[in-house]
Design a protein around this ligand. Structure first.
Ligand code: ADP
Ligand code: MG
Length: 321
């Protein structure tokens, strides 16, 4: 299978090729043709399986075949995501591909924790919004955005959005959308909560569930250490030093714990920063940027923040709890 077979606009195929994609992943192979036909999709595939391009490519392709309209505050595409980091990452994929296209398409990220004014301005003329629910509603309430012309709705990492308690806000948003539209819901897991939202949102969807192949994680070694709570900190430091770990992502169960673990590492001369929902957006972005570029040795994160975040060949992940 090659990207050529989807009948996508040639410049989209060129763009993904220049991004290093040679063949579509399983979820892309199944989703892209359905999405291109305008059908509703429920796509379940594990993290790292390429869900983003499964909706980005057909969406950009669709827009290539429509005439650019006069600038307004009425986006045609809405992608809802659970975190600010994911909004930035997903909009990055849209932009990278859109950059190569003959018909210009503007995609912007909408998320809280930063000043709302620049986003109010940026919405003007944006055809694609990638948004966290709360800030999108703020913009809507202040008449900076009008959602009645949305033709395509995507929920990315939908299970996480429900876990984070976005259900009410999501339902509020759904009510602002026109009835006639395409819906795509992507998730790493299929939870009971998800079944609920699937039933209200999707009409006669194509369900695409990519099974994890056996041996699919052969590149990953798993190890567990059983220690009492008070020995965890010293063991963590020992492992980082002993194995000379240069890029380590540590998961904790709460923001408070992330602060504590990162603080303790720093005190002991191991470069570490915490990242969680209580941190300012600039601190979060800076920590993530440093970690991705290899400047920062240890990033201590809550699971919720790190969901969907893509880091190439991350060598070490430690689940602290
Ligand atoms: P998911 O949302 O399923 O967790 P992503 O869409 O974030 O996965 O993709 C994970 C990584 O795989 C990204 O670095 C992305 O650029 C890369 N990727 C996606 N599709 C392909 C492909 N067809 N070929 C090669 N790499 C791909
Ligand atoms: Mg994803």
């Amino acid at each position: 299978m090659s990207f050529l077979e989807f009948n996508l606009t040639p410049s989209i195929v060129e763009a993904v090729t220049s991004m290093g994609y040679k063949t579509p992943t399983a979820i892309q192979t199944e989703s892209i043709p359905v999405a291109m036909k305008g059908g509703d999709i429920l796509g379940i595939a594990k993290t790292g399986s390429g869900k983003t391009a499964s909706f980005v490519l057909p969406i950009l392709n669709k827009l290539q075949h429509t005439k650019p309209v006069e600038k307004n505050r009425q986006p045609k595409v809405l992608v809802l995501v659970p975190t600010r980091e994911l909004a930035i990452q997903v909009v990055g994929v849209f932009k990278e591909i859109a950059y190569e296209l003959p018909r210009a398409v503007r995609a912007i990220a909408i998320y809280g924790g930063v000043s709302i004014n620049p986003q109010m301005k940026a919405v003007y003329g944006a055809e694609i919004l990638v948004a966290t629910p709360g800030r999108l509603l703020d913009l809507q309430k202040s008449n900076a955005v009008e959602l009645s012309k949305v033709k395509i709705l995507v929920l990315d990492e939908a299970d996480k959005m429900l876990n984070l308690g976005f259900q009410k806000e999501m339902e509020q948003i759904f009510r602002l959308l026109p009835k006639e539209r395409q819906n795509m819901l992507f998730s790493a897991t299929l939870s009971d909560q998800l079944t609920g939202i699937k039933n209200v949102l999707l009409s006669d969807p194509v369900v695409i569930e990519i099974e994890e192949k056996e041996g699919g994680i052969s590149l990953i070694n798993l190890m567990g250490y059983f220690v009492s709570d008070d020995r965890k900190g010293p063991l963590l430091r020992h492992l980082i030093r002993e194995k000379n770990m240069q890029q380590v992502l540590v998961f904790t169960s709460s923001g408070l714990k992330a602060d504590k673990v990162a603080g303790k590492l720093s005190k002991n001369g191991i470069q570490a920063l915490p990242i969680h929902g209580k941190k300012s957006q600039s601190a979060r972005m800076e920590a993530l940027r440093k970690f991705k570029s290899g400047e920062l040795q240890v990033l201590v994160a809550t699971d919720l923040i790190s969901r969907g975040i893509d880091i190439n060949e991350l060598p070490y992940v430690i689940n602290y709890e």
